[in-house]
Design a protein around this ligand. Structure first.
Ligand SMILES: [Zn+2]
Length: 118
């Protein structure tokens, strides 16, 4: 492994998202490369400090994420489903930051076919 490749992988190692194979290759390189050892130690130390700092942040008020999702993606206010597993009609009224979309679809044998979008 080259030092450049090791420097690409070190942040992933510190973030605990490196595959087992890449982790093994990285460690094998770092054992024999003093420059990358220093980089690895410093990056792992920084990642540890960041995790500790985030752990000390107060938690978000209940419902914050629902609010964020409603503002960005919209939320369903009303959903009506009629029918059976073979065929049915779905009607949904939602809200987004740009309006109140109404969507309707038919479900036929478990497959949903959009038929209305206002
Ligand atoms: Zn190196």
């Amino acid at each position: 492994m080259t030092c450049d490749r090791a420097r690409e992988l070190i942040p992933l190692y510190a973030g605990r998202s490196l595959s087992d194979l890449d982790r093994g290759d990285l460690i094998a390189h770092v054992v024999g490369c003093e420059a990358c050892q220093g980089e690895l130690v410093e990056t792992v130390r920084l990642a540890h400090e960041l995790r500790a700092a985030f752990a000390q942040l107060p938690s978000l008020p209940k419902g914050t994420w629902i609010s964020v999702v409603a503002r960005t993606l919209g939320t369903t206010l009303l959903r009506v489903e009629l029918g059976s597993e073979v065929a049915g009609l779905n009607l949904a009224v939602g809200t987004t930051k740009t309006g109140v979309p109404i969507r309707g679809s038919l479900s036929i044998l478990g497959r949903e076919v959009p038929v209305l979008r206002i």
